[in-house]
Design a protein around this ligand. Structure first.
Ligand SMILES: [Zn+2]
Length: 96
């Protein structure tokens, strides 16, 4: 049976995390490598922001998949460990 239903935000967030595309770079900062760009997800106070199109204009209505993925990644120490090295490299790459 074909599944014609569009992928939900939660499903997309799960897929991003399974593919190691969610990179925790700090307590309140997460990079998410999306399909066409890399997005910066940040915690500001009690809210999370994302610089994707949805996040900038509709983020106050509902979390985008990047924010959902980022929140989950922060609760998952295993996921953070696997990307810790990558985060280090990214930080170093920014130098200069
Ligand atoms: Zn987003």
């Amino acid at each position: 049976m074909k599944n014609l239903k569009a992928e939900t935000v939660q499903e997309k967030a799960d897929r991003l995390r399974k593919n190691h595309r969610v990179i925790v770079v700090g307590h309140e900062k997460v990079l998410v490598i999306g399909e066409s760009d890399t997005y910066l997800v940040q915690k500001q106070g009690i809210n999370w922001t994302c610089d994707c199109k949805w996040g900038r204009y509709q983020g106050h209505l509902r979390d985008c998949s990047h924010v959902v993925a980022a929140k989950q990644a922060r609760k998952d120490p295993l996921g953070q460990a696997t990307v810790a090295r990558l985060a280090d490299w990214l930080m170093e790459a920014k130098v200069g």
